[in-house]
Design a protein around this ligand. Sequence first.
Ligand SMILES: O=C[C@H](O)COP(=O)(O)O
Length: 249
Amino acid sequence: MRRNMVAGNWKMHGSLAANQALLSALIAAPEPACDVVVCVPFPYLAQAGQLLAGHAIGLGAQDCSMHEQGAYTGEVSVGMLREFSCSHVIVGHSERRAYHAEGDALVAAKAQRALSAGITPIVCLGETLEQRERGQTEAVVGMQLDAILHLLGSRMHELVLAYEPVWAIGTGRTATPEQAQDVHAFIRQRALRHHVSAEQTRLLYGGSVKPDNAAELFAQPDIDGGLIGGASLKAVDFLAIVDAAKHRG
Ligand SMILES: O=C[C@H](O)COP(=O)(O)O
């Protein structure tokens, strides 16, 4: 049985004062009945790590370098993330793919690098609105997934995948539970094409998850929780979403 998980992606939000207030509220809440991670901007890893130490909320980053170390100005290595006790790192978020031209091979290499450091990659997949309207959702998500399976098929159970339709991110336009379930089921099927079982792989849904739609999404058989953007910045909303994920695992 896969244990549900809720990951907050703060994106480029936060301040020392705001983080202190948000994390203090999260750790004051009852211990979550699913796995919970907050993925914070790099400069706040130390602060968040100190506040979360000894609590049942994991720490994650929002990106990592595919390189181990060297002359890569602006990059952050998985070794550095490990020094700050990161358990997870998001790779291949659609905002990285769109604004930083990250392709499938690079995303897979980053995921591989994270695993090499003992950090769980949360690998994001998803189609644009134009691609969905052209009926290309499975082709696009399938290709993104193939790159991961090609490099990391044997380690599939160690990955977390997040299906995030680009048209649902930050738009308030959530995929219906059926639309999300269909793609999640497709992802598990696609893995079988590579003779890989994704039965133990946690598949999160992301894209305008809110307290009022989380339970219905998480009730789908192939949805194992969520990757939460905007709603992860408000403690009361994030905690309500975490609560909605308590029913499995
Ligand atoms: O990583 C999180 C996703 O991009 C979802 O963001 P959102 O919940 O603000 O739509």
